[in-house]
Design a protein around this ligand. Structure first.
Ligand SMILES: *[C@@H]1O[C@H](CO)[C@@H](O)[C@H](O)[C@H]1NC(C)=O
Ligand SMILES: *[C@@H]1O[C@H](CO)[C@@H](O)[C@H](O)[C@H]1NC(C)=O
Ligand SMILES: *[C@@H]1O[C@H](CO)[C@@H](O)[C@H](O)[C@H]1NC(C)=O
Ligand SMILES: *[C@@H]1O[C@H](CO)[C@@H](O)[C@H](O)[C@H]1NC(C)=O
Ligand SMILES: *[C@@H]1O[C@H](CO)[C@@H](O)[C@H](O)[C@H]1NC(C)=O
Ligand SMILES: *[C@@H]1O[C@H](CO)[C@@H](O)[C@H](O)[C@H]1NC(C)=O
Ligand SMILES: *[C@@H]1O[C@H](CO)[C@@H](O)[C@H](O)[C@H]1NC(C)=O
Length: 811
């Protein structure tokens, strides 16, 4: 540009002119600054000088905290480095601050339009390098200031945002690398389209992060820690919109808000004592990443799987669904009814969707806003634009909703109203309204037939296992093989909203097939311990078992490491949900409980004797007894079940899996299991149903026995009916006594003493049949000494041949 020779005569060295040992903060026309010299702000906090970043040999002019020369907060000649240490900073003829190289070429210039007669450059105590006329030394009218041209760092007092009057935008641009301060790939800027919000933009891949829109009070994603460490200022005027912060100097000596070269926003403070920088804040919540959950997804960082589809939405491409990559997003399950009536789902405490296609009116009320949204069929959501003072203004979204995050803490986020067809809202509504809170969420009944009509039926080739030793032999079993996409669709991408339980080997979801059929989807966790073997085992096993007291398997799915079983959906949850709850227990009167006992017994009889194979369930317990719409019991969860060949009576395993409280002694101690270990579990279940108490964790104030021991003590004292649940008001005493008696027969210590299912079923049904006297139950023990005020007398206790035994129960 200019001919540098004109100014060469003006070069002076600031320091030499002032002749001070400490650096000055001001340089006036006629003075200059060579490499090695510096300006220092009057309070000694900032320094301006030449530096080389990282391992680079290039020289740059920069500003840094004097205590920390390694962390440069502003760079003048970012794009145009000096290659040697002969650079000079001086004034140009019209008052510009200019950096010359050795051959007097202009390397960098402040380049403002006004001409200064008597220019002065000063490094202020804020770290701002300013240029102005000498006579106005104390005014803050600057011709130029470094704060208007940020590099990658915002200092306290510096504004990020827009001055609309002069068309100036101040934003951060990352360095290219540690060695190169030239503008890198990331920009952090205030977007003022609609509502203001800060956005971190990657030049290569678009938005990476946004603070959320200014809601009149805050940016939702600006965390408490920043509020605590600084005084945050957001000015939202017509001419000027900017964000700035003030340091709370009593807490730390220095602070910076910076965009590092890998595109991460960070807030650092330097502690007063050591002057070392500590990272006080950086967004590290996965939900802060832009659009983590894709279109119409919602991100909740507190959940194990952070992404879900919004209610009423399902994964868009179930075929490509991947729990770790939601970029595919979600789409409506049912289209909106527009122009007929739709409803709105209220989502509180969310970072509202990004403003991509939107409409804003800052004077409308929320009611007008909703009406406005209903007028336009492409409107998908609405919200207040300003939440201060009870809320005002209207913002409408059209099309997909992108980047919604739900906050857990109060005082974050705002309320969003998402448009849904009335039917989608009703499902939610009815389930709570009709059935009330006692039974909880109940679903409509299912039709457990015509399975093959609804999905592509395949031969269950995948689910066959190799015939090996005692393992199940492959037989022809036709079972639909669902594809993963169907499963993802049915469960809204295994949404937590659909979670209905956690089986032994993984979560169970309620699913809706596209036919409208409701199913229970058991998704085996990868690290469940249930290997392919057990999976196939369960699948083939139940596929072949058909009984009205067993849960029907509708199909399975094995794809992309997922192992999924699809069962009939049982609307009334499981037995434990009722009998162990002091309110819900009222819903199961004695008549129903007796029916349930009979049903379980029949189901077991089928497993043990009547089906083609002899099946040992191995994990019979209250939570595995599901109840259908008429509260009929269905035995479920065959993950541990084993088939016995004709002549086998007992098998030993080294891998003891099951549930404490239901395991027979011989299985718990020696790994031996047989039909008699199921009988033991059945006995425990019987006593639990009658008493409404769990065997595991049972405690009685006057002795140390578990439920079985307690039952036996009472029975031995002819007080068996005292065992019954306080919930039961319709006791049929002979039936109850019989059930306790049979329960005690089933839990006898020695397997051989326990009756088989084929004799238990008649025992339950025939009130006149006489029953053998039970012997001591398994795990019977008496830890407390006999002086305790036991429920039994001294004599009664003595009449019981108590043998001490280590108990596995109640662990
Ligand atoms: C700037 O003004 C001060 C007094 O305000 C004066 O001492 C100084 O000489 C002036 N510098 C120049 C370069 O005019
Ligand atoms: C000074 O800068 C000019 C233009 O960038 C360049 O051509 C010249 O070689 C540089 N001189 C020195 C000594 O680096
Ligand atoms: C100064 O600014 C003008 C326009 O504002 C531009 O054309 C010119 O290249 C700039 N010069 C320098 C050295 O940055
Ligand atoms: C940028 O900041 C993040 C978060 O603090 C950090 O993990 C990353 O290493 C930083 N990158 C560089 C290049 O310093
Ligand atoms: C997620 O999937 C999309 C395409 O489905 C792909 O382009 C993208 O790279 C994936 N992202 C990650 C992090 O794997
Ligand atoms: C905004 O809403 C108010 C109140 O309903 C209305 O008077 C005004 O015309 C609207 N402005 C625009 C631009 O639609
Ligand atoms: C609905 O809103 C969209 C987006 O603002 C607009 O393009 C369209 O014309 C509107 N339709 C009606 C019927 O108002």
């Amino acid at each position: 540009m200019e001919t540098p020779t004109l100014f060469i005569c003006l070069y002076f060295i600031c320091l030499s002119v002032f002749g001070l040992s400490t650096a000055a903060d001001t340089c006036s026309s006629g003075q200059s600054m060579k490499d090695g010299e510096s300006l220092v702000s009057s309070d000694q906090s900032f320094e301006l000088g030449f530096f080389s970043p990282g391992n680079s040999k290039n020289r740059y002019i920069g500003i840094w905290y004097k205590i920390s020369p390694g962390r440069v907060v502003w760079v003048a000649n970012r794009e145009n480095p000096l290659t040697d240490s002969h650079g000079v900073l001086a004034f140009g003829h019209d008052g510009d601050l200019v950096l010359f190289n050795q051959s007097n070429s202009v390397i960098w210039s402040s380049n403002f339009s006004r001409v200064l007669k008597n220019p002065v450059a000063q490094l202020l105590d804020t770290g701002n390098l300013v240029l102005r006329e000498n006579y106005s030394l104390n005014s803050d009218e600057y011709s130029w200031q470094s704060f208007d041209h940020p590099s990658d760092t915002q200092l306290p007092g510096m504004k990020l945002g827009w001055d609309l009057k002069i068309g100036l935008e101040r934003h951060l641009t990352s360095w290219k690398s540690m060695d190169d301060p030239s503008p890198g790939d990331y920009i952090y800027r205030l977007n003022i389209q609609g509502l203001p919000q800060f956005e971190l933009i990657s030049l290569g891949s678009g938005k990476k992060y946004r603070t959320g829109t200014w809601d009149g009070i805050q940016f939702s994603a600006v965390p408490m820690v920043l509020h605590a460490l600084t005084k945050l200022v957001f000015f939202n005027g017509d001419d000027e919109k900017f964000f700035s912060y003030e340091a709370i100097k009593s807490e730390y000596s220095a602070s910076i808000f910076t965009l590092n070269h890998s595109g991460i926003i960070q807030f650092y403070t330097a502690s007063k004592r050591s002057n070392a920088w500590n990272l006080a804040y950086s967004p590290n919540d996965p939900c802060d990443s832009y659009s983590t959950c894709g279109a119409n997804g919602i991100c909740r960082s507190s959940r194990a799987s952070i992404c879900n589809c919004l209610k009423g939405f399902v994964p868009k491409s179930p075929e490509e669904w991947n729990p770790l990559n939601w970029s595919g997003g979600c789409t409506r399950r049912i289209p909106i009814n527009c122009p007929k009536e739709d409803g709105f789902l209220k989502l509180a405490k969310v970072k509202i969707p990004d403003l991509l296609e939107f409409w804003l009116n800052e004077s409308m009320s929320l009611e007008e806003c909703q009406a406005e949204c209903l007028k336009n069929c492409s409107c998908t959501a609405y919200a207040n634009s300003d939440v201060s003072g009870g809320g005002s203004g209207c913002i409408l979204w059209f099309g997909n909703l992108i980047d919604i995050k739900e906050y857990e803490e109060d005082n974050y986020g705002q309320t969003l109203h998402i448009r849904l067809p009335i039917s989608e809202l009703d499902v939610h509504h009815n389930s709570f309204k009709k059935k009330g809170m006692v039974i909880g969420i109940m679903m409509s009944a299912i039709a457990a037939f015509s399975v093959s009509a609804m999905v592509y039926c395949h031969r269950i080739r995948n689910c066959r296992i190799k015939s090996k030793g005692r393992k199940i032999k492959e037989e022809d079993a036709d079972l639909p093989l669902f594809d993963l996409a169907t499963m993802v669709n049915a469960t809204d991408g295994f949404s937590e909203n659909n979670l209905i339980g956690a089986g032994g080997f993984g979560p169970v979801y309620k699913g809706n097939l596209s036919t409208g059929q409701e199913v229970a989807v058991k998704r085996l966790s990868r690290n469940s311990g249930q290997g392919l073997e057990e999976f196939k085992n369960e699948t083939i096993l139940i596929a072949k078992l058909q009984h009205r007291n067993l849960v029907g398997l509708l199909g399975c799915c094995m794809e992309r490491e997922e192992k999924i079983l699809v069962y009939e959906y049982m609307q009334n949850k499981s037995l434990d949900y009722f009998i162990f709850d002091h309110e819900r227990c009222l819903l199961l009167d004695w008549e129903k409980r007796f029916d349930i006992i009979i049903g379980i017994a029949r189901g077991l009889l089928y497993l043990h004797h009547d089906s083609k194979l002899q099946v040992i369930h191995r994990d019979l317990k209250a939570s595995n007894i599901l109840l259908d719409d008429s509260l009929k019991p269905r035995i479920s969860d065959f993950g541990l079940a084993r088939i016995f060949s004709g002549d086998e009576k007992e098998v030993k395993t080294r891998r003891i899996i099951g549930t404490y409280g239901y395991m027979s002694p011989e299985y718990a101690f020696e790994g031996k299991f047989s039909v008699k270990s199921d009988i033991f579990s059945f006995g425990v279940l019987l006593l639990e149903i009658v008493s409404g108490k769990r065997n595991r964790g049972f405690c009685h104030p006057s002795h140390q026995h578990n439920l079985l021991g307690h039952a036996w003590l009472l029975w031995s004292a002819n007080r068996a009916t005292e065992l019954t649940d306080g919930c039961l008001y319709d006791l049929v005493e002979p039936q109850v006594q019989r059930c306790i008696h049979i329960g005690l027969l089933c839990v006898q210590k020695f397997a051989n003493d326990r009756p088989a299912m084929c004799s238990i079923v008649p025992m339950l049904g025939n009130e006149s049949a006489s029953l053998p006297r039970p012997k001591q139950p398994g795990f019977f023990m008496e830890r407390s000494s006999m002086d305790s005020s036991a429920i039994l007398t001294h004599e009664e206790l003595h009449s019981i041949n108590a043998v001490s035994m280590t108990s596995l129960d109640g662990r």
